[in-house]
Ligand binder design. Sequence first.
Ligand code: ATP
Ligand code: MG
Length: 926
Amino acid sequence: MPKGLSANQIRQTYLDFFAKKGHTIVPSSPLVPGGDATLLFTNSGMVQFKDVFLGTDTRPYKRAVDSQKCLRVAGKHNDLEDVGFDDIHHTFFEMLGSWSFGDYYKKEAVAWAWELLTEVWELPKDRLYASAFKDEEGVIPTDNEAAESWLAQPGFDPQHLVYYGRKENFWEMAETGPCGPNSEIFYDFGAEFGELTRRKGGQLHLDAPRFVEIWNLVFIQYNRTGPKDLKPLPAKHVDTGMGLERMAAIMQNVDSNYRTDLFMPIINKVQELAGQNDKERDANFTPYRVIADHSRAAAFLIADGVVPGNMGRNYVARMIIRRAARFGSKLGLNRPFLAALAEVIIKQYGEAYPELMENSKTILDNLNLEEKQFHFTFEKGLAKLEDYISELSNLNQTVLSGEEAFKFSSTDGIPVEITRDILQERGLELDEEGFWREMAKHKEISMGGKLQMAGELTYEVTRGAEFYSNIIKKLQEAKKLPKKGVKYDPYTSLERKTELLALLHKGNEVKKVEPGDEVIVLLSSTPFYVASGGQVSDTGAISSASGKKWSIKVIDTIQPAAGAVVHIGEVIEGNPKVGDQALAQVDRRRRQDIMRNHTATHLLHAALHQVVGEHARQAGSLVAPDRLRFDFTHSEALSKEQLSQVEQLVNEWVLDNYTLRKETKPLDKAKKEGATALFGEKYGAEVRTIAIGEAPSRAQRGNKPFSYELCGGTHVEHTGDIGLFLILSEGSAAAGIRRIEAVTGREAYAVTKARNSALAEAARILKARPEDVPAKMLSLQTELNESQKQVASSRRAKAQEGMQDVLENVPLVAGVPVLSASVPGADADALRHLADRFRQRHPSGVALLAGVEDGRATLIAAVTKDLVERGLHAGELVKLAAEPIEGTGGGKPELAQAGGKDNGKLAEALAKAAPWVLEKLKSNTN
Ligand code: ATP
Ligand code: MG
């Protein structure tokens, strides 16, 4: 029997075990991978070490261990469809990982895995199985080293070793690059879960429900340079990952990850809210699984700054919340309930992952808001979809077309993942390929034909990276580029002499380009900044530094692959050639504007901390030349006073003219010194730090900075360079997140100037001094209101005069006064008032009055008592009269009202009165 450890104990003993073997314990990186546009979410432990495997960066340690937050809902790793239906796959899960970077290798990795599993955790040896790699195509060598390591473990049953092929046991990062065989460890739940079966070829089947894969040991051994070419790597690595939830199920002796202590508190809460007993719960466990899984994923996502929205990562947050809400309604949970679950989750995981506690309000607010939206708007769309699907199955069709699914997603906001759920529940299918084709048609943004950007809902930039990596590799082999790739230094100067190393035109490498050509340029080094941390990319020019004259206008700079910084632009003159000496020049003015805005963003962040509180943390930012936008966590609107204080504080700091201290140092050191790190940023071992606020004069030196951030952006030298800082607006960006937009420098001057001249103009018109404009405006406003009131009342008086006339001269129908008139501008009240006056003036008579307001027509019919007794009913008249104006109404015999459209047929409506009275009187005397 496995030892009954709690999940917390499993996590801790794993970390301790590897720490004792010389591994450095590193923290989990956020769910949003830093600086990696090719990946939507961190989906395994190795993501934060990718650059080490690629050889583009190093770490100060050679062995590492961690517990990594992972999310598998997009791209290559997408387990969403399993969630709810099996007991071992989650969207969000914790992966316990251990690494050797060019240090120990297979023998140690296998021996330590065995030691941890069998000695520390005391798993029965006869329950453990392992796989080793054997190539079914017979090309790549069999991993005998791993196999022999397993056979050497004390008590390992040789019958429990299987050989699997490429699909399961050969790991590749991409089409090229680091790769190698892996060895998986499986746990056997026992014969009561099924017979042992064999695959074709004789190897044991180690699949669910009897077996579960618990740990994958990857041995990075080769560098793939082509479909058939593997070269041994000089430095070999070990990368292992174990699913904490699966391990907990084994240790706690339960048959589902959802019945471990990681999930039971959530499941219990769902059960309590749904008011079901255990039997009812177990009879229909799918909604429980989905809700428990998705609420946990959503809480962690929001804590990492991913709030629900329509694009990319934010779309995923919205999709899983909606999916959870839909499964909630299957349990009768028809009001927001996810926040109640999030409270349980925050309490349970908050200690291991403090970001949950720090952002608890944002998490709860966003869940509530998103669920409310689900119930108000989204449910209607769902009903429409369900109707449509019913119709399909009535027509005996089994597939929903991609176009239809796309329509439901784009017009009714139904995530395609939910459409798929509903179809599945009805035994129907979705044409998924058709859906993605449709999506691509609508959303594809293509750059230079080669780079595919992530559009709405499209998850990953899949093309491009490979292509550029190959170019970089070729240049490195030709000794044209160093190991780190293009020398990227946007910090020291705004222009640089460099060499033109590659040119791309229409997606192909070319030697030379012509004027007018769109081109992508790769230089040996560049001063151009690549968009990151909210700061936009540089633009500028590249021109010949010697030889024949040519120039290229640069409109964007991007990094499509590690080590590859490229410039996108157009040839203005001459014939740039590969090998030419070039001068790269950043657009200086634009960049200075950007730097002002970036430094001002740091000041704004610091000022918000002082005025609003420490909880006001950065949740997103844009640093452009013409403005800055800053999102931060705070749940209510800033008051006018707070905004004014923030603006004033920033401007004071600007005028204090602090010198910025920009340094590069180890990440650990920066963090220890208290530097603020932001989510979604890439932090290698070495980081840049920006400190502002140390005393400017020598005498005051030693003051602590009030702003100290990890930041790869570009900044001014002194805060005085910013010029004026002006807040333009403050508003809500998402639940619990506020947004400030502001301008600095030249733009602030332009705004001020425009406002000043508007004020001057107003003063001129008002014949007042600028300072007196508000008072003057106020008195004018009062005067205006007064005279408007006067005009209105005299208009009313005049209308009554007119009506007096109408009331006096009422035509007779069979001797009875019948008034039918339209009263412009009168509302129902005014009409009723008139009807009363009519009845006072005429003891016997019928009135039909009409008024029009905002495109709506109102009819009032009145009949005096004596005529009611003769069978004339106001309700009947008003209904009849309302027909031409497509309205309905009713009321008492003496007074009735109807509403309709102002469709130009009011005269027709009014004309109904006289014949009706005649008809009525006639039929009653007969
Ligand atoms: P499987 O074949 O079961 O989907 P995998 O081969 O995708 O697993 P790896 O990518 O090797 O898994 O990840 C390493 C470990 O992480 C696995 O051995 C497993 O214990 C765990 N794991 C993988 N995917 C999930 C998931 N969706 N939910 C929970 N744990 C997972
Ligand atoms: Mg998998």
